[in-house]
Write a protein that binds this ligand. Structure first.
Ligand code: ATP
Ligand code: MG
Length: 362
């Protein structure tokens, strides 16, 4: 098989700083594990605007179509706040998501034991937690028509429409089942089939897709109960698949089970390409954090974990992904902390680059 290809778009603010640590790790995989990637680097966001006058050049978009996976840092910053909406840094990201048709957003909530005290919940509820929320990203109530604010009689009415086609549900369900097969073969689908037609269809289509994955244990839950269960006993879940609106809320809720923004990776997946790999973009959940940019303070772990997701979900290198996650676990257990992982008291934080070095050492 040909060398897997990666397009790296470091972006703005702390994006290039955290991505530099991922590049070190990619080099390590080449040197020490014989796992090589054909890497190209390019600009996105404000950095692309500065050079090309647009937040994503056409050549960069074309490259994104060609590679096996895109790895993105972060975009935006105060310098670009004055720009016209059409060329704002965030538009670069939106263009990538839209043109690659990335309809499944994956947000893991993974709790490293050493950080369990960071959770808003009791330690034993979250220690060892490892769940994955798959949120439908391109349809549902955020996009359905009709929408708008109209006037009816003498008052205004705000309207949004929840609309899902079978094929939209099917493709995100398939993405979630494929993930479940690479994890612990357990999937919970969440909707509100008790009060919403789109929920009834959602449940039916998930059941249909389930027939193709007899090894996966499937359950269904109303999303409100799901929210409660996520906070009550999150370890009962492995993969959760849900629509755009519920996924938005449930994934933020799950994120807080684990703690710092500097720890959270994400992936957005689309349809399979000719080589069978899904179209994919991996990025940390955090933004460009202009307040700490350029100071070596950023925590690179969210970005490194995003690369671990790429190893597992784009490149079928699950064992190597685990190797990387285990190294992170060890470094955290040793008490190595960037500033965001320290409370008020005591210990000295390591820099972005020192954290990367420690992880490589481990
Ligand atoms: P965006 O609009 O791009 O989402 P934002 O301003 O909402 O950006 P972030 O840029 O994600 O939010 O950051 C919010 C704050 O969290 C930052 O100002 C920073 O202090 C902290 N933060 C975010 N990411 C990290 C990180 N990787 N390491 C350390 N601190 C971080
Ligand atoms: Mg934000």
């Amino acid at each position: 098989m040909s060398t897997p290809s990666l397009l790296i778009l470091p972006g703005d603010g702390i994006g290039p700083e955290v991505m530099a640590e991922v590049v070190k790790i990619i080099d390590w995989y080449g040197d020490k594990r014989g796992l090589n990637f054909d890497v190209s680097m390019d600009l996105v966001g404000g950095a692309a605007y500065d050079k090309h006058g647009v937040p994503l050049a056409d050549e960069t978009m074309a490259k994104a179509h060609e590679v096996d996976a895109v790895l993105l840092g972060a975009v935006g910053g105060p310098k670009y706040d004055v720009l016209d909406f059409s060329v704002k840094p965030e538009r670069g990201l939106l263009r990538l998501r839209k043109e690659l048709d990335l309809f499944a957003n994956l947000r893991p909530a993974q709790c490293f034991d050493a950080l369990a005290d960071f959770s808003s919940l009791k330690k034993d509820i979250v220690a060892g937690l490892d769940i994955m929320i798959v949120r439908e990203l391109t349809s549902g109530i955020y996009f359905g028509e009709p929408r708008g604010i109209i006037t009816e009689g003498n008052e205004r009415v705000g309207i949004n429409t929840q609309r899902y086609t079978e094929s939209e549900i099917r493709r995100v369900a398939i993405a979630a089942f494929e993930l479940a097969m690479k994890r612990s073969k357990k999937l919970c689908s969440m909707e509100k089939a008790n009060v919403m037609e789109s929920g009834i269809l959602w449940r039916e289509v998930v059941e249909e897709v389930a027939k193709d994955y007899p090894e996966v244990a499937v359950s269904h839950m109303y999303a409100d109960n799901g929210a409660m269960q996520l906070v009550r006993a999150p370890k009962q879940f492995d993969v959760i698949v849900t629509d755009n609106l519920f996924g938005d809320i449930l994934s933020d809720c799950a994120a807080m089970l684990t703690g710092s923004l500097g720890m959270l990776p994400s992936a957005s997946l689309g349809a399979p390409m000719a080589n069978g790999r899904p179209r994919a973009m991996y990025e940390p959940v955090h933004g460009s954090a202009p307040d700490i940019a350029g100071q070596g303070k950023a925590n690179p772990i969210a970005c490194i974990l995003s690369f671990a997701m790429a190893l597992r979900y784009s490149f079928d290198e699950g064992a190597e992904a685990t190797r990387l996650e285990t190294a992170i676990e060890k470094v955290l257990a040793d008490g190595v902390r960037t500033a965001d992982l320290l409370g008020e008291e005591g210990a000295t934080p390591v820099t972005t680059s020192e954290m990367g070095d420690k992880i490589i050492e481990a």
